[in-house]
Design a binder for this molecule. Structure first.
Ligand code: FAD
Length: 431
């Protein structure tokens, strides 16, 4: 490896991955497993805000808001109905392998997930609706069966925790789950406004878990299961679940909270901890300011680290820079542009066509399907469908012809397309 990687010295590598959202993290994982010499750079993405649920496909077709119970069959149908959707760029076996690899890694890293091989799971949201999703963290694993069985359930919330009301969840689910009993308690040693991250970090400590058990135990009564907001640790979730269930004597499960949530941080911090150990050279919380192509075909990226400039030279790049929130796309007054490489963005003809008149139009707004169009090798293409650079690939929510929010395919799309981009990149680097 001919790499120099002192902070802010020039860096050379085979692959630069831009982004540390789910697509960037998954791409780095797949690259590490393929022993590709990789640098990953990015600032905070949507991952920090994620609910922790791994959606694969939850709604299709959108026009009649059809909930998908069997996501793999749903993807087959989606690819027939929407051949430009990014899922249609790779075989379903690759999507399965991509999801399995990420879930196996999370298990190895002490944060296992529950996924049904065939069916979506039904999960309660912080507002008391039910959402279909492919995989959930082990801390939520008891939820779908408790919901299906209508088990008598103590639903706990906390004084000072905004955006999570046990009363609201119980009344929204009342018809479907009459055995839900809301109870508000004080979080141990806390006063004033509470935040999920701080609560979860407090519950990484055994002493605080013991205090929480003592605070909940008097309310258990006939409950066969206890539900809590998702605050049961950041790093010690396995031990936290064991202590809570042993202390309370009944199964426990978490319900996701509003963002910023502890669940997104659990994912982010696990990737951040383990990717460097797998050989990825990470430059987190750093920005790419510009890029150009060198005479030898490599990419030269200009970066910024707390005001200090640095350069990265890479044989290939995978762009996982997200949409408007991640800053991969920018919506100007007249058009949407891609912010790093200046790639063409597939988008409605003008601003008046960005949105439907009806806010809740079930088809979703056209702006949400704007993005980078790729070929089957995940290379961005021009208006004529020709790839623009043999050594530039794109993955994740920046891609066009998908609406991950409405289709409920956020993490699945990010992970699957990252897999496709890294496979294509590996083929290039080995050719
Ligand atoms: C509130 C919320 C809840 C969600 N809930 C779910 C859920 O329940 N289930 C689910 O499956 N998915 C969920 N998601 C979606 C999921 O997190 C996203 O689909 C996914 O993170 C998109 O990943 P991405 O990597 O493509 O983009 P992003 O997460 O947006 O990441 C883009 C990355 O690119 C970086 N970047 C951009 N420009 C530059 C630059 N110039 N220099 C350096 N870095 C740059 C950003 O800093 C960021 O790291 C949720 C998202 C949000 C916001």
């Amino acid at each position: 490896m001919d790499c120099v990687d002192q902070q802010n010295a020039d860096i050379t590598c085979d692959l630069i991955i831009i982004g540390m959202g789910m697509a960037g993290m998954a791409a780095a994982l797949f690259a590490a497993e393929r022993h590709i010499d990789t640098v990953q750079i990015g600032a905070t993405g949507e991952l920090t805000f994620a609910s922790g649920m791994m959606d694969l496909l939850g709604v299709h077709p959108l026009k009649n808001a059809q909930v998908v119970n069997t996501p793999w069959q749903g993807i087959d149908r989606l690819c027939l109905d929407e051949p430009q959707h990014p899922f249609a760029r790779l075989p379903i076996t690759s999507i399965r392998e991509a999801m399995a690899t990420v879930l196996e890694s999370l298990k190895r890293w002490g944060y296992p997930h529950l996924a049904d091989p065939l069916n979506n799971l039904a999960v309660i949201t912080p507002v008391g609706t039910i959402k279909p999703t492919y995989a959930i963290p082990h801390t939520m694993a008891r939820g779908p069966s408790a919901l299906a069985e209508h088990a008598p359930c103590l639903l706990v919330d906390f004084h000072g925790l905004k955006g999570f009301s046990a009363q609201q969840i119980a009344s929204s689910l009342g018809q479907r789950w009459p055995g839900l009993r809301p109870q508000r308690i004080a979080f141990p040693d806390a006063t004033g406004e509470l935040f999920p991250e701080r609560m979860a970090r407090a519950l990484d400590l055994a002493a605080n878990r013991a205090k929480l058990v003592a605070a909940i135990r008097p309310h258990i009564k006939d409950a066969a299961v206890v539900a809590l907001p998702a605050v049961l640790g950041i790093h010690e979730t396995l031990q936290a679940m064991q202590d809570m269930e042993q202390g309370l004597g009944v199964p426990v499960f978490e319900i996701p909270t509003m963002m910023p949530a502890a669940t997104g941080l659990r994912l982010k911090e696990r990737f951040e901890q383990h990717l460097p150990a797998m050989g990825i050279r990470t430059r987190y919380q750093q920005n790419v300011l510009g890029v150009r192509k060198l005479a030898d075909g490599r990419w030269l990226l200009n970066g910024d680290h707390n005001g200090d400039a640095f350069e990265i030279k890479a044989r290939a790049a995978v762009l996982c820079s997200g949409r408007f929130f991640g800053k991969g796309l920018h919506a100007g007054r007249h058009q949407i542009r891609e912010t790093i490489f200046g790639l063409p963005v597939a988008q409605p003809r003008d601003r008046t066509a960005w949105h439907h008149k009806e806010l809740f139009n079930c088809q979703g707004h056209p702006i949400n399907r704007a993005g980078i169009v790729i070929d089957n090798a995940f290379r961005p293409v021009d208006e004529n469908g020709q790839f623009m650079h043999a050594n530039l690939f794109a993955a994740g929510s920046i891609l066009a012809h998908q609406d991950w929010v409405r289709q409920k395919c956020g993490s699945g799309l990010a992970i699957a397309t990252a897999y496709g981009a890294i496979e294509a990149c590996k083929n290039l680097l080995e050719s």
